[in-house]
Design a protein around this ligand. Structure first.
Ligand code: ZN
Length: 333
């Protein structure tokens, strides 16, 4: 059963199963929790459960995963299930045939530019929400990264999530609930997604291709697969730099020459270092030494902010790494 594929979200999943089995589904829901813990996957599985053609699976509030409807949702071709995210928006921008040469590269470029779920996207999805369901089942309209909607987009959405037509469900997904408009929040039934355990992150990493130092990456994941993947890249950069007194400079030298990329890399490395510092702080029994680490932690929060603003992420990172000199922060064990 597809819901069984979702790791570490037993509470949210069992609640959704009870909704699907009982047929009492709210008009709008908000899935919130850390990025990379399975919110989007769960939203799609819920859409499957509501539309599954297998009566046995339906009776349990689950989906069979193999019927025509389930397969169409997996492939993104179901006419009544919309998953609007940055990729969806980027695809609308590329004026080329899918199969034509250079399509993938252009899509990649468009994707990197995406920062907000736009008002145009919201208008397109709300228009769809008003049409009759083509397959006769539930219409499920999923908006990912819902916190990135600016006022115009949020306002365009408001009245549609207030009273959706019969058998229409909106699912808004966010990793930053606190930054969302109250008018949106008050219209959605919230459902919390918990951070994953280290073991679960590791199992999910094992399903991906070749994640280097997966175990260590899981340790730095904070319960999120997305963060674990970023940590794996950061660890690779840290490990590839030459050891010795010039290590900070040599790590900084490993960063990409493209500013936007190097900024993300520096951020990921700082995230790893903050976690390492935090763990060192928890373990430290000497109060004076613990105080020093705590001061370092504060400094690192400043470095993280500086990386988003500074013209040279490499310089900020080098300074941060140099400040670790003389501390007993261990990154690789
Ligand atoms: Zn099915």
């Amino acid at each position: 059963m597809p819901f069984a594929d979702i790791l570490g979200q037993e509470k949210a999943v069992s609640y959704l199963k009870s909704l699907a089995a009982g047929g009492k589904v709210p008009g709008a829901m908000l899935f919130f929790g850390e990025e990379g813990v399975g919110k989007a996957k769960t939203a799609l599985e819920f859409a499957k459960a509501l539309n599954c053609l297998d009566p046995q699976a339906r009776a349990q509030g689950d989906a069979c995963g193999v019927c025509q409807s389930c397969r169409a949702i997996s492939q993104g071709t179901h006419p009544d299930v919309v998953f609007a995210d940055f990729l969806y928006q980027a695809r609308l921008e590329v004026k080329k045939d899918f199969s034509s040469k250079g399509y993938e590269e252009e899509l990649e470029k468009e994707l990197a530019k995406q920062q907000h779920i736009s008002v145009d996207t919201i208008r397109e999805v709300t228009a769809k929400s008003q049409q009759k369901a083509a397959a006769g089942g539930w219409k499920v309209l999923i908006i990912d990264s819902a916190q990135t909607m600016q006022a115009a987009a949020a306002n365009a959405l408001l009245k549609f999530i207030e009273e959706p037509p019969y058998k229409t469900l909106w699912i808004l997904i966010t990793s930053k609930r606190a930054t969302m408009l109250k008018t949106i929040l008050s219209r959605c039934q919230p459902l919390a997604f918990a951070p994953l355990g280290q073991e679960e992150v590791l199992r999910l990493l094992a399903q991906q291709q070749d994640v280097p130092q997966a175990e260590l990456a899981a340790k730095y994941s904070g319960g999120s697969v997305a963060k674990a993947l970023k940590a794996a890249q950061a660890l690779e950069l840290l490990a590839s730099a030459e050891k010795g007194p010039a290590w900070p400079c040599s790590v900084a030298g490993e960063l990409s020459r493209t500013l936007a990329v190097s900024r993300v890399q520096a951020q990921s490395i700082l995230d790893v270092l903050v976690t390492a510092l935090h763990q060192a702080w928890i373990k430290e029994t000497n109060p004076a030494a613990a105080q020093v680490i705590k001061r370092d932690l504060k400094k690192f929060e400043d470095y993280k902010r500086a990386v988003t603003r500074n013209v040279s992420p490499a310089l900020v990172l080098e300074t941060a790494l140099m400040s670790l000199d003389g501390t007993n922060v261990k990154i690789f064990d």
